[in-house]
Design a protein. Structure first.
Length: 332
């Protein structure tokens, strides 16, 4: 993206800490959003934690409390509000309604503020009516309950996170890292997000969805996996790749390969290939001077029109608009 103006101020992320919170999830936004800086060394985000009450202790699900230095007033100054999981949501979790205290706190959020949840934090957004008629996700073990309690939500239990523009939701625990990295990528580009991922020692983009983490009987260790096929495909994204080609790398039938791939990755081989090609296109648009047609060929989309359709679907912008935003910008 273009260099920040002289009056630049960091994007303000406010994390709402509720009683019964999980300390690990509370720390995710601070770790991910606390890293990015521009070429002058200025922080791109300011991260603040607040409570629904005046400053003071908030209970966790561990044997310690955390002191929160900000009250609900901080929500009024947020550009993004993140609600981590809590094990003491009370009426929110049991009846799908907000407490008066929580409702009053959420009412301080300005219209247009981006909202996000980690794991069961989604119940707060749902009870506030922010997810009615919209897609959302949560931990796979909570998906059925969330759908029953809030039937107007389009719950997708198979994905790691859902980006619906101004409202984003994630699956359980570590998927909060995926979601926060995605927001950094959306705000400041792949290079900045990759830098954060490297320093956090996590993959910049995890493959697949939650299906790969749901408990299943342990497979026979002698059975082949799809790892070699994925590695083979990643080295040939610029070439036409057929499902049969990938199955041949594992000496499997197409039917067996497709089933095994879904079990391991959580999505179909075709969906996975598209994801990888979109990521490749993003990298080339940000870091190279290749023309749009050349990027389309290198990423394996074949034509600029095909790449445009896929990027519009995945990112909501055209390749040209994406390049204008991220080609010359904040250096990792």
């Amino acid at each position: 993206m273009a260099a920040p103006p002289e009056d630049f101020r960091p994007h303000r992320v406010v994390v709402l800490a509720l009683d019964g919170l999980l300390p690990f999830e509370l720390g995710i936004p601070h770790r991910i959003f606390g890293r990015p800086r521009d070429e002058r060394g200025r922080r791109l985000y300011e991260v603040v934690t607040c409570s629904v009450r005046p400053p003071g202790p908030v209970e966790t699900d561990a044997d310690f409390a955390v002191h929160i230095a900000h009250g609900p007033q901080a929500l009024a100054e947020a550009d993004t509000v993140i609600v981590p999981a809590s094990y003491e949501l009370g009426p929110v979790y049991e009846e799908g309604r907000l407490t008066d205290e929580l409702a009053a706190a959420l009412a301080r959020i300005r219209p247009g503020t981006r909202l996000a949840s980690i794991c069961t934090g989604v119940y707060v957004l749902a009870a506030a009516g922010r997810l009615d008629g919209r897609p959302a996700t949560t931990h796979w073990a909570e998906a059925d309950r969330l759908q029953r309690l809030f039937p107007r939500i389009k719950v997708d239990a198979d994905v790691l996170y859902v980006d619906d523009g101004d409202v984003l939701t994630s699956a359980g625990v570590a998927a909060g890292i995926d979601l926060c990295l995605h927001m950094v990528r959306r705000d400041f580009g792949t290079a900045v997000a990759n830098d954060v991922a490297r320093h956090t020692v996590v993959p910049p983009h995890r493959e697949g969805g939650q299906a790969q983490y749901i408990h299943r009987p342990v497979p026979d260790p002698q059975l082949a996996t799809t790892t070699a096929a994925r590695s083979w495909a990643l080295g040939r994204l610029h070439e036409p790749i057929q499902l049969r080609d990938m199955a041949d790398q594992e000496a499997m039938s197409v039917r067996t390969f497709t089933r095994r791939f879904r079990e391991e990755v959580g999505i179909s081989p075709g969906q996975w290939l598209t994801q990888q090609r979109v990521e490749r296109a993003r990298q080339l648009l940000e870091t190279s001077d290749l023309s749009i047609d050349q990027v389309a060929r290198e990423a394996g989309f074949g034509t600029a029109q095909s790449m445009r359709q896929h990027l519009q679907q995945a990112l909501g912008v055209t390749p040209s608009a994406y390049r204008r935003t991220f080609r010359t910008g904040v250096k990792a």
